[in-house]
Design a protein around this ligand. Structure first.
Ligand SMILES: *[C@@H]1O[C@H](CO)[C@@H](O)[C@H](O)[C@H]1NC(C)=O
Length: 317
């Protein structure tokens, strides 16, 4: 019985009910420093992958300043009590859509100072408790609504120093609890694509620190104009959503233009045939008229006789 307990039941119990005090039964990864309060510090250890962290009770994981350019699926699956994850300055280029699976109570995620250009839709889906997200200092050129949200509890989003030129309203609509949004250091292009962000800014200026100093980099006429100063009326020229009548016109355009081009070809073909037939008739006629000319040349002075001159000129066409 003792044998059964120590070799089978005890490990099973440890897996099912892990001890609540960190460090008591789980070993600390050799490359990290584990503290009793649940913090595991693996910062700046030249790591290329997430260490196999055995203790599921840790609450803070510092993985910043390493060399992890990719986060694989299930990289943190066992860390169901993790509250804070720091991944800044890793040269991260890609995050697998299932990398954050299992981080049910995570409140703070720092992905700043990496080289992310895009995110896969649904990457942050498991992080339903997230309060703070930083994507500052990456290379994001755009943000799709499905890349971030829905994140019902997100209060702080940092998008500073990316390459964002526009952002659809759908992105922010999926973050209903937002209190702070940092948008500085992006090359905003103030054309029609930015209209929904401008509209959102007018209504939520208080959520964006320094909103009045967000500047447009283009188009020329709006360069260095503060985004918040662009009135909604400036976007009146932008296309409205399509009406059912527009859709009918667009749908009919294909068949109608096909029929029109068929008719055009038919008319053009008939014209060419008619023209050729007339030309043939005329050349037969010209032959008959031309013949007597050399004979008349010797007798009559040609410039003084317009009737003999006329058919020669028109037939040369
Ligand atoms: C984590 O460890 C690094 C290197 O040992 C140290 O510089 C840093 O201050 C630690 N971070 C915290 C929050 O303890």
């Amino acid at each position: 019985m003792t044998f059964f307990f120590s070799f089978f039941l005890l490990p099973l119990m440890l897996i099912l009910c892990p001890p609540s005090t960190p460090g008591s039964a789980w070993s600390c990864p050799s490359e990290c420093v584990c503290r009793q309060d649940g913090q595991v510090n693996c910062s700046g250890r030249a790591l290329h992958s997430v260490p196999r962290i055995l203790d599921p009770s840790i609450q803070v994981l510092l993985l910043d300043h390493n060399h992890m350019d990719f986060l694989p699926p299930g990289a943190f699956t066992l860390l169901s009590r993790l509250l804070s994850l720091e991944l800044q300055a890793n040269g991260l280029q890609r995050i697998h859509v299932h990398a954050f699976w299992g981080l049910r109570v995570l409140k703070s995620l720092d992905l700043s100072a990496n080289t992310l250009q895009a995110l896969e839709p649904g990457t942050f889906q498991p992080l339903q408790a997230l309060h703070t997200l930083s994507l500052a200092g990456n290379r994001l050129m755009r943000l799709e609504p499905t890349w971030l949200g829905p994140l019902p509890l997100l209060q702080s989003l940092n998008l500073q120093d990316n390459l964002l030129s526009s952002m659809g309203s759908g992105v922010l609509d999926r973050l209903p609890a937002l209190l702070v949004l940092n948008l500085h250091g992006n090359p905003w292009v103030c054309d029609c694509t930015i209209s929904s962000l401008c509209r959102w800014l007018h209504r939520h200026t208080h959520l964006v620190p320094g909103a009045e100093s967000l500047l447009c980099v283009s188009p020329d006429r709006l360069t260095l104009r503060p985004m918040a100063a662009i009135t909604e009326a400036s976007f009146n020229y932008c296309a409205q959503p399509l009406t059912p009548w527009d859709l009918v016109v667009i749908t009919m355009l294909g068949p109608v233009s096909f029929l029109a081009s068929l008719a055009g070809c038919f008319i053009f073909g008939s014209l060419i045939t008619t023209f050729q037939a007339r030309r043939k008739n005329r050349s037969v006629w010209c032959h008959q008229v031309k013949r007597p000319i050399p004979q008349t040349l010797g007798l009559v002075d040609p410039p003084k006789n317009p009737t003999t001159n006329f058919p020669t000129l028109s037939c040369s066409l």
